[in-house]
Write a protein that binds this ligand. Structure first.
Ligand code: NAP
Length: 542
């Protein structure tokens, strides 16, 4: 049996490991591996395949399944021999819920594989469903495997569900369901005078919590909404904060403060308002494509959508039924536990904008920056990122690319390497808008350089001249040295904006490999794919 996983934070990997344990205990020979380790030839040769996969960002594959997916889409392996089942992990707060799992499931079928078990799509509270799926998907060796369709109706033995996942891991006291109230120890502004940004370094205490982390992990903060925004919404509804709404055990004010997303309007809300009022722009957005819809919604919050027609009357119960639950936000940790065992440091850019003459802000970044002074508490839980680690071998060179808030995990990596006395080259590409006020962590980086921990620093300040200069321009300018480092076995890490920066840096890396390695574009893709497969090209992008 082949158990394949694609994992962002390690949840899918943990479920796959649980499945492998159960499969072994039920007499199967098991191969457990990341999807990116599987070639199309391997796949065509497999018989019994289970796929456990999470979805990343806007319905994308996790990084350790990207290559697998590209090849599965591009080539046409014949999967006649393959009998398979998919467990998809996702978050219903996102529009493209479980999309990666849905895509793999559909493509396997298209290529002739037999779905022997209906796919299950798991939300954040996946534990019981995952355990039940493992139990169904893995019969005792020699027993008949369930056929498609059986799975959805088959009763789950009462004892089977917890045995597969729940009992293997020690219970964690603090979790998403039970976040730790961490005290803010420090909250200092990194951006200098005149900056167009508001970057902060925020320190949280995890002393005596029993929580542990590693350099490369992320931290999730459970935010509350801006009280002014809640008050404005209550006023728009014509409701008092203590209004009770049927079906909820909290009054309306606290519900809007801590349970519902009031910054990002749900698609259902927009369409419901669109259907209830006459507004040409809103109607066109609802009838048009996704890009038009997103562009219409750009910078609008829930109140803006209701106010497209100020005469629209909305009941609190109706509004709540059209809102999404308020979700945590994850931040890459900017500290190593070896340097700060009782603390977690974050680099946060507070997002602010104006729309229709009203101040708007990112939910969590302003929660941290504006509403949590030192001494206040932030509800948090750990989001491990098991693959995003410094190389195990201290001699291995690293290239880190992290403009803006993307620098956060690299501060953690440099601390980690300093503490462990690692001597491999460490090269950082960092950039932001203006050198004079946005060169965040300048003193820290200088100290790392003086200590020999950071061996090269290339800076790109985009707004100090007419032409934009970005980190990828610095990489291109140093292409010979970048390629030499890759040839010497360097790990490449990329952190920061996923939409524009990460694809541009990725393309640059391919171009450098093609130019300096004398390779065709296809040859460069193979080179970078091999790096990914070898765990030498790692991303933490958002
Ligand atoms: P940023 O301010 O958007 O950009 C940092 C630098 O990257 C600037 O010099 C920018 O230049 C440049 N840049 C813009 N487009 C680029 C491209 N295509 N290729 C390479 N560089 C490019 O970065 P940030 O502070 O990291 O914020 C990024 C976004 O992530 C924000 O919207 C933030 O809210 C969000 N976010 C932040 C956190 C956090 O705070 N830890 C967490 C999650 C999400 P120009 O602007 O001059 O073009």
């Amino acid at each position: 049996m082949d158990i394949l996983f694609g994992s962002v934070t390690g949840t899918a990997e943990n479920i796959a490991r649980d499945a492998a344990r159960v499969a072994k205990s039920r007499g199967h020979d098991v191969r457990l591996c990341e999807l990116d380790e599987v070639t199309m030839e391997d796949l065509a040769d497999m018989n019994d395949v289970l796929v456990v996969i999470s979805t990343y960002g806007e319905g994308e594959m996790p990084f350790n399944a990207e290559t697998f997916w590209d090849e599965l889409e591009a080539s046409e392996p014949v999967l006649k021999k393959v009998s398979y089942g998919v467990l998809a992990l996702g978050d219903t707060a996102y529009e493209m819920f479980c999309q990666a799992g849905k895509d793999i499931d559909a493509r396997f079928e298209e290529l002739g594989a037999t779905r022997r078990l209906a796919r299950i799509d798991c939300d954040l509270n996946f534990e019981k469903d995952a355990a039940a799926w493992i139990d169904r998907a893995i019969p005792q060796k020699g027993d008949a495997a369930p056929r498609t369709g059986d799975a959805e109706t088959m009763p789950v033995p009462a004892t089977a569900a917890p045995s597969a996942t729940d009992t293997k891991r020690p219970p964690q006291r603090w979790s998403r369901a039970n976040p730790f109230p961490a005290t803010i120890v420090d909250s200092r502004i990194l951006s200098g005078d005149g900056s167009s940004k508001d970057m902060r370094h925020i320190t949280l205490s995890i002393k005596d919590s029993g929580l542990a982390y590693e350099a490369g992990d992320s931290l999730a903060i459970v935010p509350t909404n801006n009280p002014d925004q809640v008050a404005a919404l209550l006023e728009r509804l014509g409701a008092a904060p203590d209004t009770l709404v049927e079906g909820f055990d909290l009054p309306l004010g606290p519900l809007l403060t801590s349970k519902f997303e009031i910054n990002i309007p749900s698609e259902r809300l927009v369409r419901a308002v669109g259907a209830a009022i006459k507004d040409e722009a809103l109607k066109a957005a609802c009838l048009g494509d996704k890009a038009g819809f997103d562009s219409y919604l750009w910078s609008k919050d829930v109140l803006d959508v209701l106010n497209v027609d100020p005469r629209l009357q909305v009941g609190a119960d109706v509004l709540l039924s059209l809102l999404q639950p308020l979700q945590h936000r994850a931040y890459s940790i900017a500290s190593s536990p070896k340097t700060h065992p009782d603390e977690i440091h974050l680099t946060v850019a507070a997002v602010r904008w104006d729309h229709n003459g009203r101040d708007h802000g990112g939910v969590c970044s302003t929660h941290l920056a504006d509403r949590l002074p030192p001494g206040a508490q932030a509800d948090m839980f750990m989001v491990p990122n098991k693959r995003f680690r410094v190389p195990a071998d201290p001699d291995t060179p690293m290239i880190m690319v992290g403009p803006g808030t993307g620098i956060a995990p690299f501060i953690a990596f440099l601390q980690e390497r300093q503490e462990t006395g690692a001597i491999g080259d460490a090269w950082l590409f960092f950039g932001d808008r203006q050198r004079a006020c946005d060169h965040v962590y300048e003193a820290e980086l200088q100290a790392f350089q003086e200590a020999g921990v950071l061996t090269r620093l290339d800076l790109a300040f985009s707004r100090d001249q007419d032409e934009k200069i970005y980190v990828q321009d610095r990489m291109r300018a140093a292409s010979k040295h970048v390629f030499a480092a890759l040839e010497a076995g360097a790990y490449v890490y990329l952190c920061g904006d996923a939409k524009a920066m990460a694809p541009a840096v990725d393309q640059t890396l391919h171009d450098i490999v093609a130019k300096e390695g004398g390779l065709s574009p296809e040859g460069a893709i193979t080179y970078i794919t091999d790096m990914r497969r070898g765990g030498r090209y790692l991303k933490d992008v958002y």
